[in-house]
Design a protein around this ligand. Structure first.
Ligand SMILES: [Zn+2]
Length: 246
């Protein structure tokens, strides 16, 4: 819940009704159609944020820019990974380039936890920056699929991708499995609306494909998003990454 209210504070350039109306008049667009689009984007974002995998992934990236304290990491694992049933409690938390910390020793090792979560956030941020790059390698989605950190599930008439991280996975791969499940379940939305701060990795969703201001509200860093392939002479041969077809 706190996440939704947090995310709804994300400024959306051009989305204010007055801006929308005056700009539409200037450009000769139908203000009514734009307002409809704005409403449907808000509804769309509301549906996305209701997804537990996206909520958990965003919580890891959004809540703070500073590395986490032990109780924050434990709460995140409990609430967003273990409680939904995606993973059993790991014996230890691991991250490349950081010391492994046993789950039972988190509280005694706050410095190691800070380094570990800081590194995990940077690794997740760079994977997401690739996703929104003009020529994405699509590595993290492929890695999540090939190493089965996501699984396809059908319950009744509903189906989609769910995170399936393993207890031995790096913390960043656990977070990325949550992002991968959310993105694979609706890649178009993420390709069109997801923005990533190149400095702090903050993820946001913008209605406009090209926000007019591109500074991160948290750190003032440069915000990136997937530039539409059509137009601006930006034709890419094939553009074939698995994620685009998924
Ligand atoms: Zn930032």
């Amino acid at each position: 819940m706190e996440l939704m209210s947090n995310s709804l504070k994300i400024p959306m350039p051009g989305a204010a009704p007055t801006d929308l109306a005056s700009r539409s008049r200037r450009l000769g667009w139908s203000a009514r159609a734009d307002a409809g689009r704005a409403r449907s984007f808000v509804a769309l974002r509301g549906r996305m944020l209701a997804s537990p995998s996206l909520a958990g992934a965003l919580h890891f990236m959004q809540v703070t820019n500073r590395p986490w304290e032990p109780h924050e990491l434990r709460a995140w694992l409990d609430n967003h990974v273990i409680a939904p049933g995606w993973m059993r409690p790991p014996r230890a938390v691991r991250e490349p380039g950081a010391e492994t910390v046993a789950l039972g020793e988190l509280d005694e090792r706050p410095e190691a936890v800070a380094v570990l979560t800081g590194r995990a956030r940077r690794r997740v941020g760079s994977a997401l920056l690739d996703f929104v790059a003009p020529d994405p390698e699509g590595k993290f989605l492929r890695a999540a699929l090939y190493s089965a950190r996501v699984r396809w599930a059908a319950v009744g008439d509903r189906s989609g991708w769910l995170p399936a991280p393993r207890e031995s996975d790096f913390l960043s791969d656990v977070v990325l499995s949550l992002f991968a499940a959310a993105i694979l379940s609706g890649p178009d939305i993420y390709q069109r609306h997801m923005t990533v701060c190149s400095h702090c990795g903050r993820v946001a969703f913008a209605q406009e494909a090209r926000p007019s201001t591109a500074a991160c509200p948290r750190c003032d860093g440069e915000v990136r998003w997937r530039v539409p392939l059509a137009g601006a002479g930006r034709r890419r041969g094939g553009g074939g990454t698995g994620e685009e077809r998924a």
